[in-house]
Design a protein around this ligand. Structure first.
Ligand SMILES: Nc1nc2c(ncn2[C@@H]2O[C@H](COP(=O)(O)OP(=O)(O)OP(=O)(O)O)[C@@H](O)[C@H]2O)c(=O)[nH]1
Ligand SMILES: [Mg+2]
Length: 227
């Protein structure tokens, strides 16, 4: 069993506590209280492709600015940092670019795995941060990028699987960095998409007003899948 210390960072209210609650306890609170200090939770997963189990020791930190010096203690010796922003708040993404990424790079072990979680993806209709721009930024700094929603669970399992994979195998590639693996991945996604399409066409005959919205959701889901 490998122990992996994970720390969630980001501005207040982006959903760090909610992401952890969803991942560890499968719960979600619409009015979760702001974190003061820090809290700890853990979850163990088995990664089949490496035949290894990982115990994630997950540290939730306080996003409010006045706790920043305390927060530093948690990323100083972390193996994984998940930088979270709220897709409906441009400022929270700017904070990652202007503050959190540099903080982690300058104060954590060199081999720390960094991921960016674009949280509240369920609120895509009022998003302020262009997903492509954020994805490109993540790629440019060598970070994993995943859109998540603590509310509807989307992307969260993938996020932890991806950081766990990169923790075990630094050459692990995700999405656009996948090279040849990505071709297999694209093929798999296309096959799945074709299945979905057939299903959708059947549904359309029964319920045509839903099709347009569902297709929009499928497109977003497809972006998140890979390898
Ligand atoms: N719609 C939606 N709301 C979310 C999501 N994640 C969190 N929220 C809401 O956003 C608010 C803030 O969530 P928290 O998890 O407390 O945010 P935090 O990043 O831990 O904030 P601090 O502890 O202050 O740093 C709460 O009202 C949550 O219910 C999400 O994925 N979708
Ligand atoms: Mg919190």
């Amino acid at each position: 069993m490998l122990n992996c210390k994970v720390v969630l960072l980001g501005e207040t209210s982006v959903g760090k506590t909610s992401l952890i609650s969803r991942y560890v306890n499968n719960t979600f609170e619409t009015n979760s209280l702001t974190t003061t200090g820090a809290s700890y939770a853990y979850k163990t997963i088995h990664l089949k492709q490496y035949n290894k189990s990982i115990k994630f020791e997950i540290w939730d930190t306080a996003g409010q600015e006045r706790y920043r010096s305390l927060t530093k203690i948690f990323y100083k010796n972390a193996s994984v940092a998940i930088l979270c922003y709220d897709i409906t708040k441009k400022g929270s993404f700017n904070e990652i670019k202007n503050y959190w990424f540099n903080q982690v790079k300058n104060n954590s072990p060199n081999d720390i795995v960094i991921a960016i979680a674009a949280n509240k993806s369920d609120l895509y209709e009022i998003e302020e941060v262009n997903e492509e721009e954020a994805r490109n930024y993540a790629k440019s700094v060598g970070a994993i990028f995943i859109a998540t929603s603590a509310m509807n669970s989307s992307g969260i399992e993938d996020l932890f699987k991806a950081v766990g994979s990169k923790f075990i195998d630094p050459n692990y590639c995700f999405e656009d960095d996948c090279g040849d693996d990505k071709k297999d991945c694209d093929k798999q996604n296309n096959d799945e998409n074709n299945d979905n399409k057939t299903q959708k066409e059947d549904d359309y005959k029964k319920n045509n007003f839903k099709l347009e919205k569902d297709n929009k959701n499928d497109k977003r889901k497809k972006k998140k899948k890979c390898c």
